[in-house]
Write a protein that binds this ligand. Structure first.
Ligand code: LMR
Length: 333
């Protein structure tokens, strides 16, 4: 064999090897989120990873980055649009900065009484419409995941509206939530989730609102003396992907991942209530935060002050969307 033939053959062999290696490279999905692993969303993400990797027999690798370890609030949406991350599950209170304010319908105080009511919306017309609105932003919505009902916390006893006066309260980036805090005579402060513990500890803010699962797993019970069981709103997530990435997947892989997402959604939503009940129990047991239960009258007083926030945000969210949610949940304004 002439030398140059041998070199050509060797090169061809190397190329073939490289080609095989490339063909075997898994498709990587970076899934970034801001909460602890031990939460409904954290566990849902891990479960999706397990199903996705197993069912695609390793063709897909899901790298889950919990606890804002890859991107924080305020960074992650842009990272998704740029393709630096492929999958997120932000709270629906964080879609305003993306230019899709209609998601803030979920933040309207006391609009949902039960998970069943919430699901009527996420699984109905409004859920579909909201996901359609994402497409023009280069984002595809795959599923809604539950966390739970939010409670207010602070270092002073907070039961009646007057108790909130002057408190600096951390909120997510939603105008509706800002209006909710203002309605209580308190001062809203938008802040990334990853910064809340320290802000509470150092007194940058006085209080906040969370479902018990987030409150406990971020150790806020160490820095908040009172947690009032107000159940005035929800934290709900939209699992979203970069549209170009998702549309560009081999069709069979995409179908398998859609199936994995469907099952992970069921899993996450099935565990959400218990995760929150257990977290509340853990807060109680820690003995650091006093849990305040509101009487029907106290809750009504809070409702009376908070409900005008619906009307104030009619033009922002859209009258039709609000009306559809009212209808689905049998809400009487
Ligand atoms: C928050 O910022 O309080 C929540 O959106 C965090 C989360 O993802 O549950």
């Amino acid at each position: 064999m002439r030398l140059h033939t041998a070199v050509a053959l060797a090169a061809a062999g190397l190329l073939a090897l490289a080609g095989t290696a490339l063909a075997q490279q898994p498709i990587v999905i970076k899934f970034s989120h801001v909460v602890a692993v031990d939460t409904p969303k954290g566990k849902g993400a891990e479960y999706f990873k397990k199903l996705a990797e197993g069912r695609t027999k390793g063709r897909v690798k899901v790298e889950v980055y919990p606890n804002s370890s890859l991107f924080k609030d305020g960074e992650e949406m842009e990272a998704l649009q740029l393709g630096s991350v492929q999958m997120l599950a932000p709270s629906v209170a964080k879609f305003g900065p993306l230019g899709v304010r209609e998601f803030e319908v979920f933040d309207l105080p006391y609009i949902f009484d039960t998970f069943a009511e919430l699901h009527k919306v996420t699984e109905g017309n409004v859920g579909k419409l909201l996901f359609q609105k994402l497409e023009s932003k280069g984002v595809t919505g795959l599923a809604f995941w539950d966390n739970g009902f939010k409670d207010f916390s602070a270092n002073r006893s907070i039961k009646l509206p007057a108790d909130y006066k002057g408190l600096k309260m951390r909120i997510q980036s939603s105008k509706v939530l800002g209006d909710e805090i203002k309605a209580l005579g308190a001062i809203p402060q938008v802040m990334a989730f990853s910064e809340v513990y320290q802000a509470l500890q150092t007194g940058v803010v006085d209080g906040t609102e969370n479902p018990p699962s987030n409150f406990y797993t971020q150790k806020m019970n160490e820095v908040q003396k009172y947690l009032a069981l107000t159940d005035h709103g929800v934290i709900e997530y939209a699992v979203i992907v970069n549209k170009k990435f998702w549309d560009g997947l081999p069709a069979d892989v995409r179908t398998t991942l859609e199936g994995a997402m469907k099952d992970a959604t069921k899993y996450a939503n099935d565990i959400a209530k218990k995760e929150n009940d257990d977290a509340l129990e853990a807060v109680r047991k820690s003995g650091k935060t006093q849990i305040l239960t509101l009487s029907a009258d106290e809750k009504n007083q809070l409702k009376k002050v908070l409900l005008p926030v619906h009307k104030e945000n009619e033009s922002r969210i859209g009258k039709d969307i609000i009306a559809e949610v009212y209808k689905a949940t049998d809400f009487k304004p």
